[in-house]
Design a protein around this ligand. Structure first.
Ligand SMILES: Cc1ncc(COP(=O)(O)O)c(C=O)c1O
Length: 399
């Protein structure tokens, strides 16, 4: 059989999906698994979104739209960037894509040449490195830990930058850690970037509405960076619209034009029905979003409090997104049914099999110390998951 491309062989399948798949298999085999693997809101989209989609179906909005999206949705997205991020973009600088992921793919393909280096601060959503590889680039990862709040600091950025650097990826709030960069932290990074004027910044802000701090500053708010930024957002998380596939990117006009050209030759456009639903999401009453964020805020507080009392867990407070990110190195060296816990994969497997709680080990995000639990699940499920984790942890013993 002829071989697949070197591009395709170079990328890793999603380990989050692999852990979710394992949880599904155990569930299908009759195990009572609590699945906290996937980053998907457990809410329905706002009612107005569903109604707008139904009306769009009936009125026959099932045709291609302009490649960059319906003009009224691009306007609404530009308004959203202004209102929630304080960023001024003309609607013509916005592209509507099939989810934020498609916007990130367009941007990587538009900006990265074969051999270019893409700096990805870890821990990070694994798609960034794989997408960089798909674009022919070389991911350059740089670790961080609790000491820097799991954020890139100027020293590490300086060490990662070199003549081949082309793009820096920033995720704020971060998946998996929930870290949010302050404006001062972004300004410190901007000062380092001044010496590297050919480096673009891709800021993934898809979780920015789900935050527990007053604001999520964007690197594009820094005047010296604005013309070097692509700002990604979308409706999957904010409006619980994962399957509707609506994402946005905002960028300087030349980058927007390149992204539109790529999108026009790949997916053509985001689905028209979803675009009209997305318009309703952005222009309608925002109280359903506030209600979801209020629910996440309560879960964050309750779930993190209970995880903090598990011996061996050190649990930071996330500033955004809906993940708990405990450092579990305190469990390394303990044993379970004669099996040693030596790394985060062992701990994830232990919790899956012994506590019947599915989660993703930090290794999937380039981190050797932590686990990621999604708290986009009901209060009852989270309480039960925490109880099970306590019981399982109590069964651990010294080797
Ligand atoms: C950090 C991050 N960016 C982007 C996405 C993709 O969002 P979308 O569903 O809009 O493609 C996800 C989804 O999990 C994510 O966690």
């Amino acid at each position: 059989m002829p071989s697949i491309s070197s591009r395709a062989s170079a990328i890793q399948p999603s380990r989050t999906i692999a852990f979710n798949q394992r949880a599904r298999e155990l569930k299908a085999a009759g195990q009572d698994i609590i699945d906290l693997t996937v980053g998907e809101p457990d809410f329905r989209p706002p009612a107005a979104v569903l109604e707008a989609a139904a009306a769009a179906v009936l009125k026959g909005a099932d045709r291609y739209t302009p490649v960059a999206g319906l003009p009224e949705l691009r306007r609404a997205a530009a308004d959203m960037y202004r209102q929630y991020k304080g960023l001024d973009y003309a609607p013509e600088q916005l592209v509507v894509s099939c989810g934020a992921k498609n916007g990130i793919a367009n941007a990587m393909l538009a900006l990265v040449n074969p051999g270019d280096e893409v700096i990805v601060p870890l821990p990070a959503w694994p798609t960034y490195t794989e997408m960089a590889r798909l674009a022919g680039g070389t991911p350059v990862t740089t670790p961080s830990d609790a000491a820097t709040g799991y954020k890139l600091d100027p020293e590490r950025l300086r060490a990662a930058l070199g003549p081949k650097s082309r793009l820096l990826v920033v995720g704020t709030p971060s998946n998996p850690t929930g870290a949010v960069y302050t404006l001062a932290e972004l300004e410190a990074l901007a000062r380092v970037l001044e010496a590297f004027p050919d480096v673009w910044i891709l800021s993934d802000e898809v979780y920015s509405r789900i935050r527990y701090v007053p604001e999520v500053p964007s690197p594009a708010a820094i005047p010296s960076l604005k013309d070097r930024c692509v700002i990604i957002d979308g409706l999957s998380k904010s409006h619980a619209m994962t399957g509707w596939r609506i994402g946005f990117s905002a960028a300087p006009a030349s980058v927007t034009a390149a992204c539109v050209a790529i999108q026009g030759q790949t997916v053509t456009c985001a689905p028209g029905i979803s675009q009209l639903a997305g318009l309703a999401a952005l222009t309608g009453d925002q109280s359903p979003v506030d209600a979801m964020v209020a629910a996440y805020t309560k879960r964050r507080s309750d779930f993190i409090t209970s995880l903090r009392s598990v011996p061996g867990f050190i649990v930071p407070q996330p500033d955004g997104a809906f993940y708990a990110w405990p450092d579990v190195t305190g469990l390394f060296g303990l044993s379970w049914k004669g099996r040693p816990l030596e790394n985060v994969d062992d701990v994830a497997l232990f919790l899956l099999e012994e506590a019947l709680v599915a989660l993703v080990p930090g290794s999937a995000f380039g981190d050797p110390a932590s686990l990621r639990f999604s708290f986009a699940a009901s209060d009852a499920l989270l309480a039960s998951a925490a109880n099970r984790i306590h019981e399982a942890a109590a069964s651990l013993h010294d080797r």
